[in-house]
Design a protein around this ligand. Structure first.
Ligand code: SAM
Length: 213
């Protein structure tokens, strides 16, 4: 299966049903120098999960210009919920804040500016959903804190977990070992039930099974 073709097909099917595509959002952002955001079909999946689980409390690790944050906020607002999102690049964080206001979702978002590696251990909230989309080298190191911060039956969603098999730009290939290590951690962890979906560059979804903790 050619994942890129699959994603193009899905995006084509939903083109007229998507009011916040990655392309449109990025074009409307003044800052042009930022790390890639999630793909449009991943944004659709995040909204789907939030609706399905009636999520009210989300933690996002890796904000960038806030495309994923805004996509989730548009759904969580219907649940009177809130997103806490973490970004350490102050320039990109400033752009994210202005995008939150432009999209009229700022009331549902708290942006923490700082290093996720330092912030995560200090958090004690119980989250319905944690969305991990930070520097891939941090995925294995942040995994235990993600599990600790999930509510029973809470869901960890991690982006880019099919890096080892997608057609990846040469400049990102050094990240593959970290993703492999992360995938190993999740797959061999009896505390979670998980799978990997071939959307975007691969999305892991892992549910904390409290009965087994
Ligand atoms: C892939 S981008 C996030 C994209 C965003 N989730 C979206 O789809 O719109 C990853 C972001 O994580 C930030 N980042 C990388 N390492 C970090 C760290 N240690 N703490 C906080 N943010 C970090 C980067 O500056 C970058 O903006």
């Amino acid at each position: 299966m050619d994942i890129e073709r699959v994603n193009q097909y899905i995006n084509g099917l939903y083109a007229t049903r998507t009011n916040l595509s990655k392309t449109k959002y990025s074009e409307e952002t003044a800052l042009k120098d930022f790390t890639p955001t999630i793909d449009t079909e991943v944004a659709r999946f995040l909204k789907f999960i939030i609706h399905l689980t009636n999520a009210r409390n989300i933690l996002e690790i890796g904000t960038s210009i806030g495309y994923s944050t805004v996509s989730m906020a548009k759904e969580i607002i219907n649940n009177n919920g809130k997103i806490t999102t973490i970004e350490y690049d102050e320039v990109v964080a400033k752009q994210a804040l202005s995008n939150f206001a432009r999209e009229n979702v700022d009331r549902a978002i708290e942006l923490k500016i700082g290093d996720a590696w330092k912030i995560l251990p200090s958090l004690s909230g119980q989250y319905d959903v944690i969305f991990l989309d930070v520097d891939k080298r941090l995925y294995p190191a942040l995994y235990e804190d993600c599990i600790r911060l999930l509510k029973p039956d809470g869901i960890l969603i991690a982006d880019d977990t099919l890096f080892p098999v997608v057609d990846l730009d040469e400049k990102w290939r050094y990240l593959i070992p970290y993703i492999k290590e992360f995938n190993d951690l999740v797959i061999h962890d009896d505390r979670v039930m998980s799978t990997i979906l071939p959307i975007g560059d691969g999305v892991t979804i892992a549910i904390r099974r409290d009965a087994d903790l």
